[in-house]
Design a protein around this ligand. Structure first.
Ligand SMILES: Nc1ncnc2c1ncn2[C@@H]1O[C@H](COP(=O)(O)OP(=O)(O)OP(=O)(O)O)[C@@H](O)[C@H]1O
Ligand SMILES: [Mg+2]
Length: 503
């Protein structure tokens, strides 16, 4: 089979950081080619060069035999048949679905925007991703992440690409939605599209991948048919060391009897249900549920990011005023939000400052000496998360997606909060760092923290937490010890609200 996309000797450096160091790869029509590698390995950089979003420093790039010039623009790459769905979506949140889908080619009749035609064209595009019933006049911001993701894909498919590139498309999706997307991707492959697929979920790669290329520090370490790899050999190729070293033994833990976090009758805005939740010191509680079940909303209401309609929150028996994050932090509650842009990073500040920002007030009280100790603590947490950066003094905006997520995590790992709420903590985080993160979370619990983890990724919840609370439409429909829970049982609970007969 001849390659549709061929690159060889591709190089790209950012101010001394060698992001790509001589990468060669052949992508064939009708294959799903996975691109694997740790955070910062160079995956997104490679993709941005393929789509013309970024100029390469050196190397060859051909599409169907035609050389792509050094000056390749995104428009020219689209014409050549390259389509991409990026890690950070490109949709404009305040524009409607239809406007986003048809941006730059809005239908007009005698100079007036033709609303009906706009809607019909948008509908036709949405039908390709199973969203034909979506209200196309509503701003994109009003829809959940999974829907926005599909709108983005519909937009790219509208250009009829011969090559489709996905950069971590399933991180914001629930299990069922991710599965549906994977089916769509293999369907496109079967129609002859060449697919380049980036994900940190190994089982996805094994499910849909025909071949895989592994990047490490900007260079290809291995490439071959997917079936030539096992999970362990794939991980080793990515991280450059043996898998056993990745999973150190968990620290022993004992839970206290009294709850550290006590939530009673809490109703997040827009919810008809009141939620009770107890988390003891030393306990890790997972929250499962389908998209839209109110998991993030619950965390945000506990933290005060949204003002709850009713209910109380207590930490160590003391009431926490609701509705203001400042009060929550003072009471010892921290939230890692799912949306890193919102409660997230300060792009102009350095990596180190982005980590210490949450604990700055505390440092002020403790004085200058402890500021240095704080910096050491920050560095050691970042080291343990395997943050890939030239220096921790560089702006956080220069980091790869997964490395930015690690900075947000580190922020809460170095504070004095006792209750940590994690919303999709491993979103975009590579397999090696995930193992480190699980260990860190386990250690926090061992030190007496109360931890709550929301994750759409059930294998992760089952492996990490002690107990799983299942939400459905804002209400608690189950509370299951992790040791007794199964993926099927949790899914049944989450979708029907009832335990299935066997469980
Ligand atoms: N604009 C930039 N300025 C400076 N460095 C950059 C820039 N963009 C990327 N880098 C660096 O290039 C390297 C590769 O980044 P890239 O985003 O390609 O990684 P990735 O493999 O996509 O990682 P992830 O899995 O976290 O998304 C990283 O070290 C990153 O910090
Ligand atoms: Mg990336």
């Amino acid at each position: 089979m001849t390659a549709l996309v061929e690159i060889s000797g591709l190089r790209k450096a950012f101010r001394g950081v060698r992001a790509l160091d001589g990468v060669s790869l052949a992508l064939r029509a009708g294959e799903v080619h996975c691109l694997a590698g740790e955070n910062g390995a160079g995956k997104s950089t490679l993709i941005r060069i393929l789509t013309g979003a970024l100029k390469r420093d050196a190397g060859e790039y051909r599409v169907d035999g035609t050389p792509m010039p050094h000056t390749l623009t995104p428009a020219a790459a689209r014409v050549a048949g390259i389509g991409a769905v990026y890690q950070e979506l490109s949709l404009l949140p305040d524009l409607s679905v239809a406007e986003n889908l048809l941006m730059g080619r809005l239908p007009a009749r005698s100079g007036i925007l033709d609303r009906r035609s706009l809607r019909d064209q948008a509908r036709a595009k949405l039908a390709r991703v199973g969203l034909e019933d979506l209200d196309t006049a509503v701003p994109v911001a009003a829809f959940p992440a999974a829907t926005r993701q599909l709108v983005e894909i519909a937009k790219v498919l509208g250009d009829d690409p011969r090559v489709l590139i996905f950069d971590e498309p399933t991180t914001a999706l629930s299990g069922a939605e991710a599965e549906a997307l994977l089916r769509r991707i293999t369907g496109l492959r079967d129609e002859g599209v060449a697919v380049l697929y980036v994900s940190h979920r190994l089982e996805e790669m094994f499910e849909i991948g025909d071949r895989v290329t592994v990047l490490r520090d900007g260079a290809v370490t291995r490439t071959g048919a997917m079936h030539e790899f096992t999970e362990d050999s794939l991980i080793s190729a990515m991280v450059g060391r043996d898998v056993e070293e990745l999973y150190p033994a968990a620290a022993g833990r004992s839970e206290s009897a009294a709850p550290l976090l006590k939530v009673r009758g809490l109703r997040p805005p827009g919810s008809a249900h009141a939620v009770d939740l107890d988390v003891r010191a030393g306990e890790i509680v997972g929250i499962a549920g389908l998209l839209g079940a109110g998991r993030s909303e619950l965390l945000r209401a506990i933290f005060g990011a949204d003002r709850p309609l009713a209910g109380t929150v207590e930490v160590e028996g003391k009431p926490v005023p609701t509705g203001r994050p400042r009060d929550a932090v003072r009471a010892g509650i921290g939230l890692l939000s799912e949306d890193r842009k919102e409660l997230g990073l300060l792009p102009e500040l350095t990596i180190r400052d982005n980590v210490s920002v949450a604990s700055l007030t505390a440092i002020g009280k403790r004085g200058l000496m402890s500021r240095r100790r704080e910096a050491e603590r920050v560095d050691s947490v970042l080291d343990s998360l395997r943050l890939r950066a030239g220096s921790y003094d560089q702006p956080v905006s220069t980091l790869s997606g997964g490395n930015q997520q690690k900075v947000l995590l580190a922020r809460w790992l170095v504070t004095d909060v006792r209750v940590l709420l994690f919303d999709e903590p491993t979103k975009g985080v590579d397999v090696g760092a995930k193992a480190e993160l699980y260990t860190l979370i386990g250690d926090l619990a061992a030190r007496g923290f109360a931890v709550v983890v929301v994750s759409s990724y059930l294998p992760e919840l089952l492996g990490l937490v002690d107990r799983i609370v299942v939400l459905r439409r804002g209400a608690v429909v189950g509370d299951v010890p992790a040791a007794e829970a199964t993926e099927e049982g949790l899914l049944t609970l989450a979708s029907t609200g009832r335990a299935n007969g066997a469980a």
